[in-house]
Design a protein around this ligand. Structure first.
Ligand SMILES: NC(=O)C1=CN([C@@H]2O[C@H](COP(=O)(O)OP(=O)(O)OC[C@H]3O[C@@H](n4cnc5c(N)ncnc54)[C@H](OP(=O)(O)O)[C@@H]3O)[C@@H](O)[C@H]2O)[C@@H](O)CC1
Ligand SMILES: Nc1ncnc2c1ncn2[C@@H]1O[C@H](COP(=O)(O)OP(=O)(O)O)[C@@H](O)[C@H]1O
Ligand SMILES: [K+]
Length: 463
C-alpha cells in the first residue's frame, strides 16, 4: 500500500540538506541524479539525436550532466541554455560539458528533447517567448523527457504557471513531487520514472501502492469476515451497486436496507425493508456489524434524513458518500462521527469543506483533520487523507471511470474493506486500489456494473 514518498520542494530541499550535513557532496548528488536520468533517457531513446535544454539552476546542472553522459555513450547531443548557470554545482557541471552551448530561444529542434530548464526551484511561470519555444521544441520531437518536473508547473500543487507541453516521460529525481500526480500538471508529465538518490525521505505522503490482501482463514465464517449494512433510498440501483461491491470486496455478509421494492439479484445480498429512521436504528443494533454505508441513492427527503440520522447515531463504523455528504453539508445538526470514511467528489468536497488552501493533498489533509475521519477526495487524482497526517495519492488511472455509478462502487468497496480490516485508512486505500485495478481490467467504455465483475480477479492479483 505504501508507494514511494511524495515531497514538496521545501521537504526535498530539507532532505537534500540533511544528506549534505551528513557529508554528501552536493556535486556528487547532482552527478548521481544526472546519471540516473541519463540511464532512463538512454534506455528509451538510444541513439536518437538529442537536444538538452539547460536552465540557470541545479535542474540545468542535471541537464549538463545528462548531456555529457549521453554523449559519452555515443549519442549526438547538442546543449542549449537559458542564460548563465547560477549555482556552484551547475557551474561545475557546465564546465565538465566541454561542447558548445547554444541559445535556447534560437536553437533548432531534435528528435529527442530533454527539458532541464526548471525543476523544484521554479517560482513563477516562464516568460512567454521561453514557454512558446519550449512547447515548439518538445512537441516537435519524437521523444521528450522532463527532468524532475515539466518546466512551468507548480511542483507543490500541480498548477500550470505558463504554457506547458505534453512530455513522453518525466524523470522524477529523488522523490515524486505533488505535480507528478496532481492535475493538471500530471496530465502533461507523461509516463513517470523515478531516480533513487539514496537520501532519507519523510514518508507520510506517498503514492498509493498495491495492497497485500489475505484469504479468509480456516476459522472464517460469514459473520467474522465482515458484516456490512448498506442503507438504501429512492434510487435502488445506487445502493445495490454499492452492496454488491461490498460483497465482492471480501466481506462475509451484506445487508441492504431497502425502501419500496426489493432488487432480486444477486441473491447473495440480504434485502430488508427499512424506510423510517427507527427501523434503520433497529437494524443497526446488531453488534456484529463492521461497517455501515450511507449515501448512494439515499435521497434528500425527510425520511432519508431520518435514515441517515439513525446511521450517524448507531455507533457503528461509517462510510459516508453522495447524498449523506450533501446532508452533512446543509444540516449542521448532522455531525460526522470521528473515525468514519468520507468519499466526496469535487462538488461534495466544496460543499462540505468550502475553499481550503493549498494543493489537493493539503486540502484533503485539512478536511480529514477537521472531521477526524479519513477523507477520500475523488477525481482523476484521488487523495486519501487521514487525520494523523498520512496521505496516499492515486493518479493516472482509467479515465473511463468518469461514468455514472462508479462512485457507488467505490463507496461499497470502502465499506466492505472497513468491515474486513477495521482500519479506515487501510480500508480506503485498499478500496481505491481495487477500484482502479477493476477499471484497468475492464478495458474501454465499461459501466459501473462491469467493475463488479472485475473485482474477484483484482483481489486475486493481490493475495
Ligand atoms: N539541491 C541539489 O543539490 C540537487 C538538486 N537537484 C536538481 O535541482 C533542482 C532544483 O534546483 P534549483 O533549486 O537550483 O532550482 P531550478 O528548478 O533549477 O531553478 C531555479 C533557478 O531558476 C530561476 N527561476 C525560477 N523561476 C524562473 C522563471 N519563471 N523564469 C526564469 N528563471 C526562473 C531561479 O532564480 P530566481 O530568479 O527565482 O532567483 C533560479 O536561478 C531539482 O529540480 C533537481 O533537478 C538534483 O540535481 C539533485 C541534487
Ligand atoms: N477523469 C477521471 N479519471 C479517473 N477517475 C475518475 C475520473 N472521473 C471520475 N473518476 C473516478 O470515478 C469515480 C466517480 O465517482 P462519483 O463522482 O461519485 O460518481 P457517481 O456518483 O456517478 O458514482 C470516483 O472514484 C472518481 O475518482
Ligand atoms: K525540467
Amino acid at each position: 500500500m505504501d508507494g514511494p514518498p511524495i515531497l514538496t520542494a521545501m521537504q526535498m530541499r530539507a532532505a537534500e540538506q540533511a544528506a549534505f550535513d551528513a557529508g554528501t557532496d552536493p556535486y556528487a548528488l547532482m552527478e548521481k541524479a544526472g546519471a540516473g536520468a541519463a540511464e532512463i533517457i538512454w534506455r528509451t531513446g538510444h541513439r536518437r539525436d538529442t537536444l538538452v535544454l539547460c536552465g540557470p539552476g541545479n535542474n540545468g546542472g542535471d541537464g549538463f550532466v545528462i548531456a555529457r553522459l549521453l554523449r559519452d555513450r555515443g549519442v549526438t547531443v547538442r546543449v542549449a541554455a537559458l542564460g548563465e548557470s547560477r549555482t556552484a554545482s551547475a557551474q561545475r557541471a557546465r564546465v565538465a560539458w566541454d561542447g558548445p552551448v547554444e541559445d535556447m530561444l534560437i536553437a533548432a529542434g531534435a528528435g529527442q528533447v530533454v527539458d532541464a530548464l526548471f525543476g523544484t526551484g521554479l517560482t513563477r511561470g516562464l516568460e512567454a517567448p521561453v514557454a512558446a519555444r519550449l512547447c515548439e521544441l518538445v512537441e516537435g520531437a519524437t521523444l521528450s523527457h522532463a527532468v524532475d518536473l515539466p518546466s512551468g508547473v507548480g511542483g507543490d500543487d500541480g498548477a500550470l504557471l505558463s504554457d506547458v507541453p505534453r512530455y513522453g516521460i518525466c524523470v522524477a529525481l529523488g522523490a515524486f513531487k505533488p505535480a507528478h500526480l496532481l492535475y493538471p500538471a500530471a496530465g502533461q508529465a507523461g509516463r513517470l520514472a523515478l531516480v533513487d538518490l539514496g537520501i532519507s525521505l519523510p514518508g507520510t505522503v506517498r503514492r498509493l501502492g498495491s495492497p497485500a490482501l489475505t484469504m479468509p482463514g480456516p476459522d472464517a465464517h460469514k459473520y467474522n469476515r465482515g458484516l456490512v449494512v448498506v442503507i438504501g433510498g429512492g434510487m435502488a440501483g445506487a445502493s445495490q451497486l454499492a452492496a454488491v461491491a461490498a460483497a465482492r470486496s471480501g466481506a462475509g455478509a451484506v445487508r441492504r436496507l431497502a425502501i419500496g421494492g426489493m432488487v432480486a439479484e444477486p441473491h447473495a445480498i440480504i434485502q430488508r425493508r427499512a424506510e423510517q429512521g427507527d427501523a434503520v436504528a433497529r437494524e443497526l443494533e446488531d453488534e456484529r456489524i463492521g461497517a455501515v454505508l450511507a449515501g448512494p441513492g439515499l435521497g434528500l427527503d425527510q425520511e432519508a434524513g431520518g435514515r441517515l440520522t439513525a446511521a450517524l447515531g448507531s455507533g457503528r463504523p461509517l462510510v459516508l458518500d453522495a447524498d449523506a455528504l450533501t446532508w452533512a453539508a446543509k444540516d449542521a445538526a448532522l455531525s460526522v462521527p470521528g473515525g468514519s470514511i468520507l468519499t466526496p467528489h469535487e462538488g461534495e468536497f466544496q460543499r462540505l469543506f468550502g475553499d481550503l488552501r493549498g494543493s489537493k493533498v493539503d486540502r484533503a489533509l485539512a478536511a480529514a483533520l477537521r472531521v477526524g475521519s479519513v477523507v477520500v477526495y475523488k477525481g482523476p487524482d484521488t487523495v486519501i487523507a487521514a487525520p494523523d497526517g498520512r496521505a496516499r495519492v492515486a493518479s493516472g488511472g482509467s479515465t473511463w471511470l468518469s461514468t455514472a455509478g462508479t462512485g457507488d462502487v467505490l463507496a461499497g468497496l470502502a465499506a466492505g474493506r472497513l468491515a474486513v480490516t477495521g482500519d479506515p485508512f487501510r480500508a480506503a486505500c485498499e478500496a481505491v486500489w481495487l477500484h482502479g485495478e477493476a477499471a484497468r481490467r475492464s478495458g474501454a467504455a465499461f459501466i459501473a456494473d462491469d467493475l463488479l465483475r472485475a473485482l474477484p480477479a483484482a483481489i486475486a492479483a493481490r493475495l
